[in-house]
Write a protein that binds this ligand. Structure first.
Ligand SMILES: *Cc1c(COP(=O)(O)O)cnc(C)c1O
Length: 387
């Protein structure tokens, strides 16, 4: 893989060599549906011998994400959860993982109801508190598993501090970078060993595919993930790899526009009597504002807020017309969600209450519509509460 370190991200997104076909000059990669590959002699491989183990279209995508994340190598999976599972299958019975407490619901389910059955233990902590993270470490701790910003409370973990802690303790740092995308944040730069993405979200960007990606900082980690990808076999179809690369090419244009709109909407929310608190790392009032600015080049396009009361929140969910009430995020259409009843329904009720993930909390994923229309739509939905 040719890595053009000096080129800007916009150029690297468009001109990655895997995104074209060297043989024909085609400006997008071909889709190779082949499941198997002819060998010149027994065991004489062209580099590809069976498509679960490796496929040229998938390889183009894997090299592409590795370049964008500044990783040693990348691996593609059939969903974000498959990528996260692969990252966590590096560990074995008796190992312990310290993870963010307000984690994506599916990652919570994986740790608490699947990996636990294989003897992989976990402790949840507020990873925006580096001292709490250090205090949760045990002799058998093998990894920190972190989201920043978190889902849905937008808490910020200090990647530099956690990277230093992981190095000092000789444990792995794994970061779910779905909310930021490689455009805004590159956790490997701070020492993260593995970065995972739900490519279903910003990378795909169009709500028309489910996929996951994992990147590794070192060759050793890359080998472990590749072994799991091949051995477990949760690989994506070549046509989906192609579709994802098509989406990724417009990542910068989409994310910058969505982020601009999100800033306007977050500012507007802070002025509203119906809103008691806004969680957005682009607001200087956000407790993680400085840390976030030190490790990411923008606040992204996800916003959470508390409605002042339940009636206002219910009215918003019921009366919005432009915002689609749906799980997922990061795509061209704006979505509104109720985390405790949707994305985080897998958490125990008590834990949701403790974390403050309640019915007054509203999560927004800002899309590509005119932001003024989005604001007007929310304003009208709020008004319905007072009727
Ligand atoms: C959606 C999501 C996932 C899971 O990804 P899938 O593609 O749905 O399997 C993991 N982490 C975060 C932060 C997500 O938003």
């Amino acid at each position: 893989m040719e890595c053009n370190e000096k080129r800007g991200i916009a150029t690297r997104i468009i001109h990655h060599q895997g995104c074209s076909c060297g043989n024909t000059g085609a400006v997008c990669p071909p889709i190779y549906p082949a499941s198997t590959y002819k060998q010149a002699g027994p065991g004489e491989s062209s580099g590809f011998d069976y498509s679960r183990s490796g496929n040229p279209t998938r390889k183009a995508l894997e090299d592409y994400i590795a370049e964008l994340e500044r990783a040693h190598s990348g691996y593609a999976f059939s969903s974000g959860m498959a990528a996260i599972s692969a990252a966590l299958m590096i560990f074995q019975a008796g190992d312990h993982i310290v993870a963010t407490e307000d984690l994506y619901g599916g990652s919570y389910r994986l740790l608490t109801s699947i990996l636990n059955r294989f003897g992989i233990k976990h402790t949840f902590v507020d990873t925006s508190d580096a001292r709490a993270v250090a205090a949760a470490l045990r002799p058998e701790t093998k990894a920190l598993y972190v989201e920043t910003p978190t889902n849905p409370l937008m808490k910020i973990a200090d990647l530099d501090a956690l990277g230093a802690l992981a190095r000092k303790k000789r444990i792995m740092l794994i970061v779910d970078n779905t909310f930021m995308s490689p455009l805004l944040q590159n956790p490997h730069v701070f020492g993260a060993d593995v970065v995972v993405h739900s490519a279903t979200k910003y990378l795909g960007g169009h709500s028309d595919l489910v996929m996951g990606l994992a990147t590794a900082r070192t060759e050793k980690t890359a080998k472990s993930i590749k072994h799991i990808q091949n051995g477990v076999g949760a690989v994506p179809a070549p046509s989906d790899c192609w579709l994802l690369m098509r989406g990724m090419k417009t990542l910068k244009a989409r994310m910058e526009s969505q982020q601009r709109a999100a800033r306007l909407i977050a500012d507007w929310l802070t002025t509203r009597p119906e809103v008691s608190r806004v969680f957005y790392p682009g607001l200087s009032s956000h407790p993680g504002y400085n840390i976030h600015n030190g490790q990411a080049s923008g606040p992204g396009a996800m916003i959470s807020f508390y409605a002042r009361n339940r009636a206002i929140a219910d009215a918003a969910f019921k009366n919005v017309r432009l915002w689609t009430l749906a799980a997922s995020l990061g795509a061209v259409e704006s979505l509104i969600a109720s985390p405790p009843r949707m994305t985080h329904a897998t958490f125990p009720k008590k834990e949701l209450q403790r974390l403050g993930i309640n019915e007054k909390l509203i999560r927004l994923s800002v899309g590509l519509e005119d932001p003024h229309d989005l604001i007007k739509d929310l304003e009208e939905a709020f008004k319905a509460a007072s009727k």
